[in-house]
Structure formats: C-alpha cells, structure tokens
Write a protein that binds this ligand. Structure first.
Ligand SMILES: Cc1cc2nc3c(=O)[nH]c(=O)nc-3n(C[C@H](O)[C@H](O)[C@H](O)COP(=O)(O)OP(=O)(O)OC[C@H]3O[C@@H](n4cnc5c(N)ncnc54)[C@H](O)[C@@H]3O)c2cc1C
Length: 363
C-alpha cells in the first residue's frame, strides 16, 4: 500500500492549487477520477476575474488573488494570467451595484453605446467595472500542477476514490481499481462530487449542490468584437463577452439543479440564451460555433468551504467554489494551506479570516 501524508481527492483548480502550496512540506498525492485533471468544471469556465462577483466575502479572496494572477513569481510562471477586458453591468431598472471598495463608474448613454454598440434603448442604466479581466485558466491550472510536481507531489489520474476508513490516526483509502493508499489526511476537492466523496469516507455531507451552467460560442453578424467587455445584467439573466472578431461567449446565467455528472448543454438553455442576447443588442445571430456546460457547486450559504470537518478527524474540505473557483484560487489555496498545515498565513491572505469559510459554520 502506498503511503502519503495527505491525499487530495480531485485534480481541478481547487486540488491543484492547494496541492502546490503544501507539497514541499507534506508527501502529497492528488487522485483524479478522470484520465486528465481539469476535465470537469475547471475546463469549462467562462474564464473571467470579476471582483464584484459572489458578494463581499468572496470578493476578499478574489481581490487578494489579483496581484498573483497579474504577475506571478518567476519560479511559478514566465508571465501573468490576466488580460483586462472590463465589465459593463446593464440594467433596465435600478442602477446596478457592486460591493463597497470595488472600483466602478456609472456610464452615460453615449459611453454605453461606445462600449456596447447596438445596445437596445431598454437598457437605460450601466455601471462599468474596469478591473474585470480574462484568466488564462488552462495556463494557470497547468502552472499549479507543474509547481505541485516540482515540489515532490504525485498525481494519479484515472484513480477514483471508492471508500475510506479511519483507523487510529490514519486513513485507508480504497480506489476503484482495487488498490489502496494510506494517508494521515484526506482533502476533499472533488467539486460537484464533494458530498458523495465525503459520504464515501463516512463523513456527513454539507449539502453542497451542483448546478449546471450553459455556455455557447456564437458567431454574429458584426465585427470588432474581440475586445468587447463582459456585458451582464443586474438581474442576473445573461452575460456575454467578445471571443474573436465576430464571435462571442454567451451564457443564460442558468443554475439548473442536477446530480454530479459529465454536464452537457440542453438545447432549450441555448435558445433562452440567444433570446436574452437578442433583447440586449441588435446584432444578427449567424450560428452556434460551440456549446458546453459545466457544474458550479454551492454550499447552502453560497460561500466556499475550507477547513477541517468538525466531526470527522483528518478530513479537510476544499469545496463549494461556485462560479468563482478560478479567480479566487491563489488566495484560497494559500489560506487553506495555512489552516491545513496549522501555519501562519502568508501576507497575501493575512487580512482574511479563514473562520468565514470554515465548515464549522454548519455544525
Ligand atoms: C460555465 C461555467 C463558468 C464559470 N466561469 C467562471 C469564471 O468566469 N471565473 C471563475 O473563477 N470561475 C468560474 N466558474 C467556476 C469554476 O470553474 C469552478 O469554481 C472551479 O473550476 C471548481 O474547481 P474544482 O477543482 O473544485 O472542481 P473540478 O474542476 O470539477 O474538479 C474536481 C475534480 O474532482 C474529481 N473527482 C470527483 N469525484 C472523484 C472521486 N471519487 N475520486 C477522484 N476524483 C474525483 C473530478 O473528476 C474533477 O476533476 C465557472 C464554472 C462553470 C461551470
């Protein structure tokens, strides 16, 4: 039986980033059920960093991650992962709002039409959040896995945890190929499967629910769109951003309850997305170039969960990253690592109280 200090279940951005923070100090193994890490939510995101997204507590982790994403240490990556785009929040009612402390400015009609040409008259109010940026998600995820391995971490793909038993101060972890692993700690970074993985370890689930979100790459009869800002509405019914000169990424901002699965888009949700898009701008839709869906998983209070389970010894949650798991990853991983290793937090997260995200809030 192979022997580790820590087994991380899940090789998406959550498992990879936390792994990279701890591998130098603990013998760590990431087990990933799929043949490649990043196959599920991490590989299906809309890839933006938006400081106002997810409310004030999530914003603490998003803001704290910005400098790292912009200019990471040279031993981590040669260049940054962000490309600034800006976000226009539009409304056909009250002024859109962002949490206190986040830079945003109201736009007049002329400014709005300059940023979103062809926007329909119904959208009377708009707020511009200039800091919004695209994230190179594949590059970031690969850099975390590279760092993890460089520090001595091991990755086992096509390795699904089936069950785990705690005996004394050690876990015995059984995989579905019949092999087993011994470890002192299990980290649950299994995304949409966070609750089922906990149950497989005999740990009470927290009520983390996966919700499906649909995306489409749409070719439209207009050019000059590559740098189009992210455009979303205050009521949360759509967003889109430029992809190439004449195509956009579009989402109906859906949240469809589902069991954990290999999510696929439903035609009706694509149709809803296009209908909503056409209520925003007068651009003709030519064809759907690509469509996909992914799962965003939320704890009951929609905050992520980082910390030791209050009832099960040696079980650490790293789950519930909702729609912000990429943009918060650098700070969240450093904060979670300090709790997991019982070490003082690094400067990046010294001002963030990890208690906000502890699973003990559900006890
Ligand atoms: C459409 C969409 C748009 C999004 N847009 C953004 C965005 O713009 N910005 C942003 O920051 N976030 C965004 N997100 C959210 C972000 O993608 C997620 O928060 C993040 O990817 C979650 O990472 P994760 O590692 O927890 O999950 P995952 O990437 O799903 O990784 C979990 C892994 O655990 C593995 N696993 C599960 N069960 C087992 C088991 N029994 N044994 C071993 N391995 C197991 C799975 O195979 C999976 O690879 C978006 C999500 C979606 C779906």
């Amino acid at each position: 039986m192979s022997d580790f200090d820590i087994v991380i279940v899940g090789g998406g951005i959550a498992g990879a980033s936390l792994g990279a923070e701890i591998a130098a100090q603990r013998r760590t193994l990431i087990i990933e059920a799929e043949s490649q890490c990043g196959y599920h939510s991490t590989g299906r995101s809309a890839a933006f960093w938006l400081e106002s997204y997810g409310g004030p507590d999530v914003a603490k982790l998003t803001s704290a991650s910005r400098d790292f994403l912009d200019s990471p240490p040279s031993e981590f990556a040669d260049s940054g992962f962000l490309h600034t785009r800006g976000d226009v929040h539009v409304s056909d009612g009250d002024w859109p709002e962002v949490p206190d402390g986040i830079r945003a400015e109201r736009l007049d009609r002329q400014q709005l039409e300059q940023l979103v040409p062809g926007i329909r008259p119904r959208w009377t109010r708009a707020l511009f959040e200039p800091g919004c940026a695209d994230i190179d998600v594949a590059g970031l995820h690969a850099a975390y896995l590279r760092q993890f391995r460089k520090q001595g971490g091991a990755v086992a793909t096509s390795s699904r945890i089936q069950s785990a038993q705690r005996r004394g101060d050690r876990w015995s972890v059984s995989l579905d190929d019949g092999s087993s692993i011994a470890a002192s700690l299990i980290v649950d970074a299994a995304g949409a499967w966070a609750d089922p993985v906990a149950e497989a370890c005999g740990v009470q689930p927290l009520g983390i629910e996966p919700k499906r979100r649909t995306m489409a790459q749409v070719k439209v009869g207009r050019t000059g769109l590559k740098a189009l800002p992210l455009v979303d509405d205050a009521a949360g019914t759509f967003y889109f951003k430029g992809e190439s000169d004449s195509s956009i990424w579009l989402s109906p901002h859906d949240e469809i309850e589902t069991d954990p699965c290999d999510a696929a888009p439903d035609e009706i949700d694509i149709a809803i997305a296009i209908d909503r898009f056409q209520s925003v701008v007068d651009w003709p839709v030519e064809r759907i170039e690509r469509k996909w869906a992914g799962l965003r998983s939320f704890a009951p209070d929609r905050l992520p969960v980082y910390g030791f389970d209050s009832r099960a010894d040696g079980f650490f949650w790293c789950a519930g990253q909702g729609g912000f798991g990429i943009q918060t990853a650098p700070a969240a991983a450093k904060m979670a690592a300090s709790v997991l290793l019982d070490e003082p937090p690094e400067e990046m997260v010294a001002h963030v109280d990890p208690g906000i995200f502890s699973p003990k809030r559900f006890a």
